[in-house]
Write a protein that binds this ligand. Structure first.
Ligand code: FAD
Length: 461
């Protein structure tokens, strides 16, 4: 970093909006938060740097929820049910959806709820007054603007607002601060999935035995394919694939149109909260896309005539900063299904023993990687405490999504988008109550407001 500085002249920044709840970031947690707040009666604005909603689901073309329809609740269920009704999502052991339909339906439902939007707008810093957040400064084509709000919800994924408010944060795995890999996803079309499925069915040893990673439900048009281990290993030895690539995964499959997302780019050891590292990651990721696409076309049966449709607008970030909050949710709480007095949501997951999903150590999918080669054990559920949204030192700021207060391993279980939509929604409802009653959000006794969460179909216990 340069040691030289340029001093910025003092600016009078126009106040463009003054609302009850400001939601910063329109990914999984952000769409839940904005919808929850607006439906609970708050004047709500959602600010997003892209021109569309969805975050990783759309900007990183990651169109799959790793849960069945029966075990999702709240806005997740409403959103996916509407996309299924429009014939653009497919339900089976997992839920596949068309990311374009996701963008559209999420936007329509949030508009119907009365949410205001500011797209193509970057949230650059919080407006603070004596330890209380009063709004945020944003930048867009209009220049620099102030957006004032009684409660601010940081759903940027990287805790951008909280970090700039001086909230203490951790980064990545506690032991060494390494993070899960960054990924540019891409979509291919004109794949003959009947051939791919035939190949996979004839060679089960070549694919993951985990029924959540290997879903071959052609009758339901629900596919997720993980493996081609031997083909990949051979190509890796020939330097036809990146050295960290150990398997191929097709997911979010649209069987009828022969379309799938390929989730295999892995970029390690770069910091997505550093603008230069993020740029290096985008460049490194694109090199891998080229190799992967060539490999798939050349070696995977059913993909001979495939073409590249698109690559993700933003490289996908699985992990970066997390705030140190009033309560740090940990893996043991989750696996022990610990009951918490301030539960704001009950989340279902499937348990894979000893799982380290997307290991920061570059072994993902290799023969030594437990995760890619084991069976899931059981369906279980866990509660999420309201305290895990609250950064220390700052009032009326909630941080929800992957950067909330939890440890590296807890994130394995909370990171599913179907989970974060509901956590966002619960945070939005409670933020709305705090804003409209002029109560500090941290001081709400959640038990008194459970009916409001139930009213929006959120399970708590
Ligand atoms: C490659 C990849 C594959 C994954 N696979 C799956 C999967 O199969 N199923 C699953 O459920 N989960 C999956 N996950 C995990 C899941 O996608 C994430 O945990 C989840 O999206 C995190 O949600 P979020 O709302 O915290 O952040 P995000 O979804 O990242 O949303 C953050 C939003 O904030 C916006 N933003 C960021 N900074 C600013 C700023 N300063 N100003 C304005 N806007 C800003 C971003 O543009 C984005 O829209 C995957 C993640 C990745 C990266």
């Amino acid at each position: 970093m340069s040691l030289q500085f340029i001093r910025e002249e003092g600016l009078d920044i126009p106040v463009a909006l003054d609302v009850d709840v400001v939601v910063c970031g329109g990914g999984a947690a952000g769409i839940g938060a904005a919808l929850g707040a607006a439906r609970a009666g708050a004047k709500t604005v959602l600010i997003e740097r892209n021109s569309f909603l969805g975050g990783v689901a759309t900007a990183t073309i990651m169109p799959i929820f790793l849960m069945d329809l029966e075990h999702v609740n709240g806005f997740t269920k409403e959103l996916i049910t509407e996309i299924i009704r429009r014939g653009r999502a497919w339900s089976g052991t997992v839920l596949n959806f068309d990311p374009e339909a996701y963008k559209q339906v999420a936007l329509e439902l949030l508009c119907d709820a009365g949410v205001e939007f500011l797209f193509n707008t970057f949230v650059s810093r919080p407006i603070m007054e004596a330890g209380v957040i009063k709004g945020v400064i944003v930048e867009n084509k209009s220049g620099r603007l102030a957006i004032m709000g009684k409660v601010v919800i940081d759903t940027t994924g990287d805790a951008d607002v909280a970090y700039r408010a001086g909230v203490p944060c951790t980064f990545g795995r506690e032991s060494d601060h390494k993070i899960r890999p960054l990924t540019i996803n891409f979509r291919i079309g004109n794949v003959d999935f009947s051939k791919v499925v035939e190949y996979a069915t004839q060679r089960p040893e070549e694919f993951s035995p985990d029924p959540l990673a290997q879903v071959l439900e052609m009758d339901k048009k629900c596919l997720r394919i993980t493996g081609f281990f031997e083909l990949v290993e051979q190509a890796r030895q020939r330097n036809e694939l990146d050295k960290d690539c150990h398997y191929i995964r097709f997911e979010g499959v649209d069987v009828d149109n022969g379309v799938t997302t390929v989730n295999n780019v892995r970029v390690y050891d770069l910091d997505p909260t550093n603008g230069f590292d993020l740029t290096r990651a985008e460049i490194a990721g694109r090199k891998q896309v080229e190799l992967l696409f060539k490999f798939i076309k050349k070696y995977i049966p059913g993909c001979e005539n495939a073409f590249l449709i698109d690559t993700s607008a933003n490289i996908g970030v699985r992990e970066s900063r997390r705030i140190l909050g009033d309560y740090i949710l940990n893996e043991q709480d989750i696996l022990n299904e610990k009951k918490v007095p301030d539960s704001i949501a009950l989340i279902y997951r499937r348990h894979i023993p000893g799982q380290e999903m997307h290991n920061p150590d570059r072994q993902e999918g290799s023969s030594t990687d437990h995760w890619a080669r084991t069976l899931y054990k059981k369906l279980f559920s866990f509660q999420v405490p309201y305290r895990s949204f609250f950064p220390k030192q700052v009032e009326n700021l909630l941080v929800v999504g992957r950067s909330m207060s939890q440890d590296h391993q807890a994130d394995t279980w909370t990171r599913g988008m179907y989970c974060l939509i509901v956590l966002g929604q619960a945070a939005g409802i409670l933020a709305s109550i705090a804003a409209r009653n002029n109560i500090k959000a941290r001081e709400l006794n959640v038990q008194n407001y459970r009916d409001q969460l139930y009213r929006q179909n959120i399970l708590i216990e």
